[in-house]
Write a protein that binds this ligand. Structure first.
Ligand code: COA
Length: 258
């Protein structure tokens, strides 16, 4: 016979309370399991398997998300993806697009023109400008001899992009601005102005009479309109955007260079 254990009054109350909480918790689990199980479609014998798979997938998703967040924090702490503070002074130079800065340039230009997805593919044009064959879309739409530059800081991070190309119909007199954009984190520091001034000088150095571009009244391009106005790139033609019913308009602008 086992020894009889006698509990004090307070010990037995505590024991009862623990037992009842545990019982209540088990009951809730049982009920929840039964309800969730009822909701799972399919034959009864597979319902538990489906529940285990769903729970596993959910747990894996949560774990991945946690790892990604941790990875981003680590990168930021190492300064690899840390945005430059708005008050810091940016030091950069404008250099030709090259294979070394291509990936950063594509990332920047895609970010700047995200509002035009999916009909704009600026990254493709940048890549094609480094290849002898050119880009089929670019060639088909008459854009020729494209050259691009990037603004890079001391760590070789690409802050912004610009370019110049010719159109078959006015190649003798004009250069066109291509993919002027500044990464979100670097805007408002004068990079965009430096890039458009660089493009103006490049067109002048090529002996062009005009620098032209087309832009739109899309709200993501509002900042560009005051930049263009301020350097004398004036609207000379406006037409409806090719996306119907959008209310969007295309503005053509030009600057006389001589
Ligand atoms: C347009 C863009 C390149 C400007 O780059 P940025 O480095 O921020 O510009 P800057 O700091 O050099 O500012 C130059 C001028 O742009 C205009 N500008 C810049 N930010 C602006 C804003 N938030 N609102 C209105 N105008 C703005 C101002 O005229 C400014 O001149 P100021 O500083 O003397 O006032 C950038 O906003 C961008 O990449 N936009 C999305 C892509 C795009 O629209 N490209 C052109 C399509 S045709």
């Amino acid at each position: 016979m086992g020894e009889k254990i006698s509990l004090t009054h307070s010990e037995s109350l505590l024991h009862e309370e623990r037992t009842s909480v545990t019982a209540w918790f088990q009951e809730v689990l049982r009920e929840t399991h039964a309800r969730v199980r009822d909701c799972v479609p399919g034959p009864a014998e597979y319902k538990d398997v489906a529940l285990v798979v769903a729970a596993g997938t959910l747990a894996a998703g949560v774990a991945c998300r946690a790892l990604m967040l941790r990875g981003a924090t680590v990168l930021e702490q190492r300064g690899l993806s840390a945005p430059i503070a708005a008050s810091s002074r940016l030091e950069y130079s404008i250099v030709p697009l090259s294979r070394e800065n291509l990936a950063g340039a594509i990332q920047t230009v895609n970010e700047s023109f995200r509002h035009g997805w999916p009909y704009l593919r600026p990254g493709r044009d940048l890549r094609a400008s480094l290849e002898a064959t050119g880009c089929p879309r670019t060639v088909a739409s008459g854009e020729l001899n494209a050259k691009y530059w990037v603004a890079v800081d001391k760590q070789n991070r690409v802050l912004g992009t610009t370019g110049i190309y010719e159109m078959a119909e006015d190649a003798a007199e004009a250069g066109w601005v291509g993919w002027l954009g500044v990464g979100n984190a670097y805007r408002g520091h004068g990079v965009g102005r430096a890039l458009i001034n660089h493009t103006i000088e490049a067109a002048r150095a090529e002996g062009k009479d005009f620098l032209r571009l087309y832009t739109s009244n899309h709200r993501a391009e509002v900042a560009a309109q005051s930049l263009y106005d301020s350097v004398g790139l004036k609207i000379y033609r406006t037409e409806p955007h090719f996306i119907p019913f959008s209310g969007l308009k295309i503005h053509y602008r030009e600057l006389k260079l001589h």
